[in-house]
Design a protein around this ligand. Structure first.
Ligand code: ADP
Length: 220
């Protein structure tokens, strides 16, 4: 298996979102510096990341002293709007190449972009969309938007799929949909070959245009 390149991440703001980003990156083998201005948060996080330091991210001197510009990616996960905007502007100003900032609202997001955020994420809004998709389409277990109009969804095998091979079902020609993987119980068949036969309760991880995915989903 190809090994993922280790990169250096700094996560600023160790609330629920920031601490989850930081510990996940660390578990995935990345180097992670966790930063918060509250010492208790820093102490709590220390065992789950490479380094944890207490600092105020709106303080340019403090960020320079940490050597923030040497990090490949900085994630600003501060919940307070004013501090998050200031911190984003400070780290961008110090020359960080890629800054991801968490926004609480569209307006907040637009300002973050203005001050230089390379990517703005809206975790609460995105989770709301996800949960709604889950509730509305019984079979769609999960949903990832790739770009507007295109997604990856999980679809439980329809009655008509069972006992047939991917070649026979030919989703690509009929719907322009690619089956990326099949979940079968605890097993995952990645990049299934065309002769794979679909079994009852298989979950197809399918990628394609939203409208076509909905057509697939609507099948009995
Ligand atoms: P969540 O909604 O993800 O739980 P919070 O807003 O509760 O996020 O947490 C944000 C974190 O950011 C808090 O731990 C807070 O101490 C930290 N924080 C706030 N301002 C700064 C700052 N200027 N520098 C560093 N960390 C900060």
């Amino acid at each position: 298996m190809r090994r993922r390149r280790t990169r250096q991440f700094a996560v600023i703001g160790l609330g629920r979102f920031g601490s989850s980003v930081a510990s996940t990156l660390y578990k995935q083998g990345q180097e992670v510096l966790a930063i918060d201005n509250v010492e208790d948060r820093v102490q709590e996080m220390a065992p789950h990341v490479t380094h944890a330091v207490q600092a105020d991210a709106t303080d340019e001197q403090a960020m320079r002293a940490i050597g923030i510009r040497n990090f490949d990616v900085v994630i600003v996960a501060i919940g307070e709007i004013e501090a998050s905007i200031l911190a984003t502007s400070v780290v961008k100003g110090l020359g960080v190449r890629y800054v991801v900032a968490k926004a609480l609202s569209d307006l907040h997001g637009r300002v973050l972009e203005r001050v230089g955020a390379d990517r703005v994420v809206y975790p609460e809004r995105d989770m709301g969309v996800r949960v709604a998709h889950n509730l509305l389409s019984g079979n769609i277990i999960d949903y990832i938007e790739l770009m507007p109009g295109y997604s990856i969804v999980e679809v439980t095998a329809k009655e008509g799929f069972i006992g047939r091979t991917l070649r026979e079902l030919d989703f690509r020609a009929k719907y322009g949909i690619t089956v990326l993987a099949i979940r079968r119980g605890t097993e995952v068949i990645v990049a299934p070959n065309p002769d794979t036969t679909i079994e009852k309760e298989d979950v197809l991880v399918a990628m394609g245009e939203d409208e076509r995915l909905e057509e697939l989903e609507a099948l009995p």
